[in-house]
Design a protein. Structure first.
Length: 258
């Protein structure tokens, strides 16, 4: 699987101004409405989660990374329902440090190297990182989703920007609230919903679990992105695709560390 839009492949040697300008172009090229062929109800973390058992579950990929000092272990794990159908990885050099809002320029190239080793074509890609909840509406899930022209969703553990409609403290499992564009989000109408805070899991007592932040990357609507991630969490805090990718990234890292 290779980029459809090579002009959007992140260049870590670009200037900061060039990176930010490219992100604005990517946001303008992104589609935040549902443009995919599968039925959202056919998506689940395992076959038992399907509400339409006769539907053919789509291929859902999870992307994650682990790191050495100056190298990234990038992985992609593709599942159909509860079954892993393919795994791929790449170990590549990192050329720039982490800069908030410019994550794709540090990690996007390594991710594309892993995705290039896939034989299958995922129907949906779930990223450990933001999509539209981003200063220029072009987080990792949007940047790589647009470059590959694949339906994509971003799931972040922290809120990069935007303002939630409601207080987020100690909410019950299944609760969500919109994240609205504010003055920190470029080229968005004020109060536009750019994602959700989703309380995917919660305990009745401490420790309190914080929500996750879900936003569309490309070819998925705001509400649909959160619906899909909630189904993929299946009672856990994080969605199954990125949980599997996280475990595989650790496995590959251990192999290379020996």
């Amino acid at each position: 699987m290779r980029p459809v839009h090579s002009e959007f492949v992140p260049d870590p040697d670009a200037t900061r101004e060039g990176m930010e300008a490219l992100q604005l172009e990517i946001a303008a090229a992104a589609t935040w409405t549902d443009e995919f062929s599968f039925t959202p109800e056919s998506v689940g973390a395992a076959d038992r989660s399907l509400t339409t058992p006769d539907a053919d579950p789509p291929l859902v990929a999870g992307v994650d990374q682990a790191f050495f000092e100056d190298r990234a272990v990038s992985v992609v794990v593709v599942s159909r329902g509860g079954t892993v159908v393919e795994r791929a990885h790449a170990v590549t050099d990192l050329s720039i440090p982490y800069v908030p809002g410019l994550l794709a320029f540090r990690e996007g190239g390594p991710i594309l190297a892993a995705v290039a080793n896939l034989d299958c074509e995922p129907d949906l890609v779930v990223f450990d990182g933001s999509g539209r909840i981003h200063f220029r509406q072009a987080g990792l899930a949007t940047h790589i989703g647009v470059a590959l022209d694949v339906p994509s969703v971003g799931v972040a553990k922290g809120l990069l920007c935007g303002t939630p409609d409601d207080d987020l403290d100690a909410r019950p499992a299944g609760w969500r609230t919109p994240i609205r564009a504010d003055a920190d989000v470029a080229n968005a109408e004020p109060e536009t919903a750019i994602g959700h805070a989703l309380q995917s899991r919660q305990y009745d007592s401490r420790p309190i679990i914080n929500p996750i932040y879900v936003s569309p990357g490309h070819r998925v609507g705001v509400g649909t992105a959160t619906d899909l991630v909630e189904r993929l969490c299946d009672g856990y805090k994080l969605p199954e695709p990125t949980r599997r990718a996280d475990a595989y990234a650790d496995e590959v890292k251990r192999e290379y560390a020996q």
